[in-house]
Design a protein around this ligand. Sequence first.
Ligand code: ATP
Length: 324
Amino acid sequence: MKRIGVLTSGGDAPGMNAAIRAIVRTGVAHDLEMYGIKRGYQGMIDGAIEAMDARSVSGIIHRGGTLLHTARCEAFREVEGRAAAAAQLARHGIEGLVVIGGNGSYHGAYKLCQEHGIACVGLPGTIDNDIGGTQYTIGFDTALNTAVEAIDRLRDTAASHDRIFFVEMMGRCSGFIAMYSGLAGGAEEMLVPESITVISELVDILREARARGKTSMIVVVAEGDDAGDASTIARKVREAAPEFKKTRVTVIGHLQRGGTPTAFDRVLATRMGVIGVEALLEGKSNVMTAFENNTVTLRPIADSWETYNKFDPDLFRLAKLLSV
Ligand code: ATP
């Protein structure tokens, strides 16, 4: 293999740049010709493909977002779209791909390999930490720390005004950010898609906490909670318990996506980038890099959608135990 392409696809995540840097420099170290593909699969179809060298990735290890830009691409879901993309790769002589993204991006890579024989390796890049087969994804740790900082700040103002804050974190299908940030921020309750939310039980928890002398409280809500978003849940609580009229809602939103990647995410991205390129050199394909027990390994790419990365349910018990 002489030419490898790299792209970022789906939602951006802090640490993607560190991964791009590691991929390009590992390729250069192995005398490969490296290509950056801009705007994910859309850029592949459009032929937005440029040669990269070691200097192309200077000064990006500490930057959030992605130097290569990212996109979602409906056309790539179709056979014809993937054929057009494969034709562009052939034009540039690219035989191998490193795809940094989530489950959807991996599905695309898998099909490109099956239909056109392009060797593909996936690097898990998403703040949600919801990719099966790996215990950590690139970007989760940074997003988590941003979320915790937000809770810390809100706690200051909540305490000053005796208020209940409902804080909405990203996570449509996965409560990793909400659960971990709630634990790290000492929140009174975390509402996540992994468990059913019963408003009367939440009201009981808040009333009991108030009876124990708590004047301000933080409830962390994952955006995909079954009882609704943070505003809806705050309204339901006010309706069920008028004594909690001093509620405030904060949606952290896209602030969680941006920012300087943490050292953990940079190191994870770096390790995964190197191992991803070396996997292609060893002739491997349709594999993903995975973080397991402090080691970066390779797993079948299908593990990302055939298995689920779930947090330890014992965290619910810990949260309850400590929110006294
Ligand atoms: P995130 O977790 O940030 O949403 P993702 O990679 O899962 O990341 P998606 O929007 O699901 O994000 O997928 C990114 C792109 O991958 C899609 O826009 C599409 O081009 C391609 N893709 C997704 N699913 C498929 C599929 N089943 N077949 C072919 N291509 C796909």
